[in-house]
Design a protein around this ligand. Structure first.
Ligand code: PLP
Length: 401
């Protein structure tokens, strides 16, 4: 009995914020009050019926949930089995990220916060945050690396149109990790009225668990929808891309304790795992502390964070959430990677086979289908985390346009 209990708890966060050897809350003393307030109140607040009702209502009527679970017949013909796509690309704002920002803005309101701060790399999380701030009429400041502001002009324009203030992070490499540092600093200086919305299952406890819970609606829906399609709740395999790991955590969540369901996480190999231009964290990384939690991250011999690279801005992150570090270490998750070239090919393939233009991030999950040796009776769910509109310039280059 104890053994079973232990197993059930194995992939859940413990009281100290750990998944096995990973997690915790490594934050400067100045942040203790904020993080402590969140840790002490998040479970109780999200369990309140009024929270649950408002969260569900917004997911349904604002985000457009449940998103379809689509049986991709032509893709299945090519790779075998029955392949289903969980259509997070059809969420309002074009990706799964809004599931989390809706949850966190409702939490921020209940904590009495008037202002929101966030960081963004490609701008996708910034847009999802600015969107819910407009919806709830809360002030929004988004930190973004100066280099990223130039690279991601359309998302910067969206955030500004939504009423957010986009502030440039001008230190270091002027990219995501510098924006994260600035956002943390801002939170330290404004602890009373500001909530910090983190965009993935990363950061100090309780963020990874909180974000995973908000995204867990994905696997909650997969279970019900698969029961309709297949007469069973469990697929043989769930595949998702991993940047920080929030869409994967959401797609895996209700299957973590079902060992018959294979969980496949796909990281960005960039130009190749050993090319020096990669974001394949589990292949290249070692344990260390990043953004407030102990996890696996890409680092030099002396512990400096290595600048990651991927064609997809959303996977261009030097670490993974602690839950994924634990899934990797225990072998519960299978970690693969796909190169830029494989990913672009997979994006064109899905487009031509099914008439769906996927995000580059999501295409990482599609790119490994040929390696899974899917049996004729197997059911595979691919989490299609986002749509490809934002990646059209990359796709146009590929077409010589
Ligand atoms: C941001 C993003 C990701 C990566 O973030 P996770 O936290 O790993 O899910 C994946 N897909 C899309 C479409 C994104 O915008």
């Amino acid at each position: 009995m104890n053994d079973i209990k232990q197993q059930i708890r194995d992939f859940e966060v413990d009281e100290r914020g750990y998944y096995g050897n990973f997690g915790g809350a490594f934050v400067p003393e100045m942040l203790y009050p904020n993080v402590t307030e969140l840790r002490e109140r998040y479970l109780q607040l999200i369990a309140e019926p009024s929270f649950e009702a408002e969260f569900r209502d917004l997911l349904k009527n604002y985000v457009g949930r449940p998103t379809p679970l689509y049986h991709a017949k032509r893709l299945s013909e090519k790779y075998g089995g029955r392949i289903y796509l969980k259509r997070e690309d059809l969420c309002h704002t074009g990706a799964h990220k809004v599931n989390n920002t809706i949850g966190q803005i409702l939490l921020a309101q209940r904590l009495g916060k008037k202002k929101i701060v966030a960081e963004t790399g490609a701008g996708q999380h910034g847009v999802a945050t600015a969107t819910v701030c407009a919806l709830m009429n809360l002030e929004c400041i988004v930190y973004m690396g100066e280099v990223d502001i130039e690279r991601q002009a359309p998302n910067v324009a969206r955030m500004r149109m939504l009423g957010a203030e986009v502030r440039a992070a001008t230190c270091g490499s002027k990219t995501l990790k510098d924006a994260t540092n600035e956002a943390m600093r801002h939170w330290i200086s404004n602890p009373d009225d500001t909530h910090y919305i983190i965009g993935s299952v990363v950061g100090p406890h309780p963020y990874p668990d909180m974000v995973a819970r908000f995204q867990s609606v994905i696997s909650e829906e997969i279970k019900m929808q698969l029961l309709e399609h297949e007469g069973r709740e469990n697929p043989d395999c769930v595949v998702a891309c991993v940047g920080g790991g929030s869409n994967a955590a959401g797609a895996f969540y209700h299957y973590l304790h079902s060992p018959s369901v294979k969980l496949v996480a796909v990281e960005a190999a960039g130009l190749g795992v050993d090319s020096g231009h990669s974001a394949a964290t589990t292949a290249l990384g070692k344990p260390g502390v990043l953004h407030g939690s102990r996890t696996i991250l890409m680092q030099t011999e002396d512990g400096q964070v290595v600048e990651p690279y991927s064609i997809s801005a959303g996977l261009d992150y030097p670490g993974i959430g602690p839950i994924h570090a634990h899934l990797f270490e225990t072998g519960r998750g299978t970690f693969l990677s796909a190169t830029d070239e494989e990913v672009v090919d997979a994006a064109f393939e899905l487009t031509r086979l099914e008439g769906i233009i996927p995000a580059l991030e999501s295409s990482h999950a599609l790119a490994v289908l040929g390696r899974l040796a899917i049996g004729p009776d197997e059911v595979v769910v691919v989490n299609l985390s986002g749509r490809g509109d934002k990646d059209m310039s990359t796709y146009m280059k590929k077409m010589g346009l």
